[in-house]
Design a protein around this ligand. Structure first.
Ligand SMILES: Cc1cc2nc3c(=O)[nH]c(=O)nc-3n(C[C@H](O)[C@H](O)[C@H](O)COP(=O)(O)OP(=O)(O)OC[C@H]3O[C@@H](n4cnc5c(N)ncnc54)[C@H](O)[C@@H]3O)c2cc1C
Length: 585
């Protein structure tokens, strides 16, 4: 029998496994350096390096396992008693220890000293760490964010007694002590029209509130504490009649509260995390804040969570870019690397620009959180409109980027052996929960019409554009100004437009606001980099972004000129780009 001939071994299937996702991403460090002071970045750096290494290796392996072996509902114990427990694969439990314990992601905004930080860890650092985490594990970041935001809500609106009882458990980094939080609003009647909710709150003679009704989408179904909306008997219809309640799984005497998990959802993505259907059967709820302000309070929390949502989508985008670059530069076809083939190259540049724009919008948004918490009213006003703008575009665009990344890996990308399929499945969720893309666009419109949000945002963007001194980048800044002027004109007309016409405007305006904001950040960062080191790499990215989104080419024209595509490797590797390159954009 003849022996099998030996063929030369080629690295036909390059993988990102073992790469440090932080060290591979100079853009992340650069954006952090533009929103954090040098000492804070220095302090954060070892943690970013450590999480970057985990994300490229151990965390990725755990995430793949937890995705394959999803949670299982255990409604009863061995004696037939109702327990409503969720059984997770050990990989998920290990990821919980990393997120809640080792890195303290849910605790760091509430306690001093997490990660050895003097005082509270800035939101920017929390977002940068979570951005790395999300590149491998998406599902668990929902419970992390819900726990974090439940603590924030309790600290803002809960009674002193409730705060003392629950905040320490929500914000501990000891997994054995931790109680996780969540927020459940959506009912069978619909998630967008929250005012149609029919869950009832009835007050007993002793003053105890008891909740009756069904919640249809309940993420982190294994939570210990749920913030929820219900309508006190006799309260008006619509959102005005909703109150917010804290519903614990166990009452202070240790008995199980009267709510059950009917079943878990069989989901497309975020499969590691448990989403259930819950029925309140007279569950004890503690009133949070004022009776008629439940919905407003919930929206305050959702607005914060929307930025976290955008961050997770931005993380997926970045991972997709890394996967695609690694694959396309390492694999050959027709005698050259895939990345040298013009059509593929154009796709890689487009993905890279989307991912960098998203990272800037998210991390600058996190900096506004820090400013708002420090009492800067201007930052709080900006945040009001920034988060729906960011959530709307980034979560919708992540679907395209993840899909494109699957195309780049092609056949292997379609199999579950590689991360692309999981990234694609996970990417679809961001644009649905916490407000669909249309709902957040309408929220942007509300922020402009009712809260006068356009003027501060236009002012912020204008100030970024003013910093752009590089002559070749000025036309890019002017295009952003033109887009802003057009939006100003459109939004000025809104009060006079009939409602259907006005609502049709919401998405194009929200999307264009996103591009104007993203472009202004990229241009200002580009100018910063130019001044620091003479490198025009980031200005080139900014100009290409402006070209892609604010000066769309004619239908038959290529998205990017071939000379600009020649800079892909420099863009990917952050090797210096000379000023002459800007003319190619
Ligand atoms: C995996 C998963 C986990 C979830 N976890 C939670 C959770 O923990 N807590 C929670 O409260 N909810 C949760 N949700 C629910 C989620 O927030 C809702 O699905 C979402 O808000 C949309 O509501 P809906 O599905 O009822 O769709 P609908 O509200 O019925 O919307 C259907 C379509 O109509 C469109 N639409 C609705 N109103 C308008 C309008 N005025 N103008 C234009 N278009 C409109 C929407 O954009 C959408 O395209 C989860 C959902 C999923 C998929």
């Amino acid at each position: 029998m003849s022996e099998r001939p030996t063929t030369p071994v080629q690295d036909a299937m390059p993988t990102t496994r073992g790469l440090n996702f932080f060290l591979e991403d100079p853009n992340l460090e650069f954006v952090c350096s533009s929103v954090l002071d040098a000492a804070a970045l220095e302090r954060a750096r070892p943690h970013l390096v450590a999480l970057g290494a985990l994300a490229g290796d151990e965390l990725e392996a755990l995430a793949a396992q937890a995705d394959r072996h999803g949670p299982v509902l255990r409604p009863f114990d061995e004696c037939g008693r109702r327990v409503d427990e969720i059984v997770f694969h050990p990989a998920y439990r290990e990821m919980e220890r990393l997120a809640f314990g080792r890195f303290g992601l849910a605790a760091m905004s509430h306690r001093d000293g997490v990660l050895g930080w003097p005082g509270r860890v800035p939101h920017v650092v929390k977002y940068a760490l979570s951005y790395l985490f999300s590149q491998s594990e998406f599902g668990l970041l929902c419970p992390v964010n819900m726990t974090d935001s439940s603590a924030r809500m309790l600290r803002r609106h809960g009674s002193a007694e409730l705060q003392a009882r629950y905040v320490p458990r929500l914000t501990t980094t000891d997994p054995a002590e931790l109680w996780q939080g969540t927020q459940w609003m959506t009912e069978k009647t619909g998630g967008s029209d929250a005012g149609a909710a029919v869950t009832v709150a009835r007050r007993d003679a002793d003053g105890t509130w008891r909740l009756w009704g069904d919640k249809w989408f309940c993420s982190n179904a294994n939570c210990d504490l749920a913030l929820t909306l219900a309508r006190p008997e006799g309260a008006p219809a619509g959102t005005r009649g909703l109150a917010m309640f804290l519903v614990p799984k166990r009452l202070p005497d240790g008995t199980k509260n009267a709510w059950v998990i009917n079943r878990l959802k069989d989901k497309l993505g975020s499969r590691s995390m448990a989403t259930g259907e819950v029925t309140y059967q007279g569950a004890v709820g503690y009133l949070i804040g004022e009776l008629g302000r439940g919905f407003k309070q919930m929206m305050e929390m959702v607005n914060g969570s929307r930025l976290s949502n955008a961050m997770r989508a931005a993380g997926i985008m970045r991972r997709c870019v890394l996967e695609s670059l690694t694959h396309a530069r390492g694999r050959a076809a027709f005698g050259s690397a895939l990345a040298d083939l013009p059509l593929l190259r154009a796709g890689l540049v487009e993905m890279l620009l989307d991912a960098e724009a998203a990272a800037s919008v998210v991390l600058h948004g996190a900096a506004l959180f820090d400013g708002a918490d420090a009492g800067r009213a201007e930052d709080a006003r900006l945040l009001r409109v920034w988060t729906p703008i960011a959530k709307g575009w980034i979560t919708a665009r992540a679907r395209w980027v993840a899909s494109e990344a699957m195309n780049v890996r092609a056949g292997n990308g379609y199999t579950e052996e590689w991360p692309n399929a999981r990234l694609l499945r996970d990417s679809y969720l961001g644009a649905i929960w916490e407000g669909t893309t249309s709902i957040v666009a309408l929220d942007v419109q509300r922020a402009v019409l009712k809260d006068g949000a356009f003027a501060p945002l236009a002012g912020f963007i204008g100030r970024r554009l003013e910093t752009v001194g590089e002559p070749a980048a000025k036309p890019g800044a002017d295009l952003v100004r033109t887009a802003l002027a057009e939006i100003a004109e459109r939004t000025l007309a809104w009060p006079r437009l009939p409602k259907p016409e006005r609502e049709l405007d919401a998405r194009p305006v929200a999307d264009t606001l996103y591009h104007a904001l993203a472009a202004s950040l990229l241009l200002a960062e580009g100018q910063q980099l130019r001044e620091r080191s003479g490198d025009c790499r980031k200005l080139l990215a900014a100009l290409l972004y402006v070209r892609r989104w604010l000066r769309p080419p004619a239908p038959l024209a290529p998205l990017f000129p071939p000379e600009a595509l020649g800079w892909l490797d420099a863009l990917a590797d952050w090797t210096p780009v000379p000023a002459e390159a800007l003319a190619t954009a």
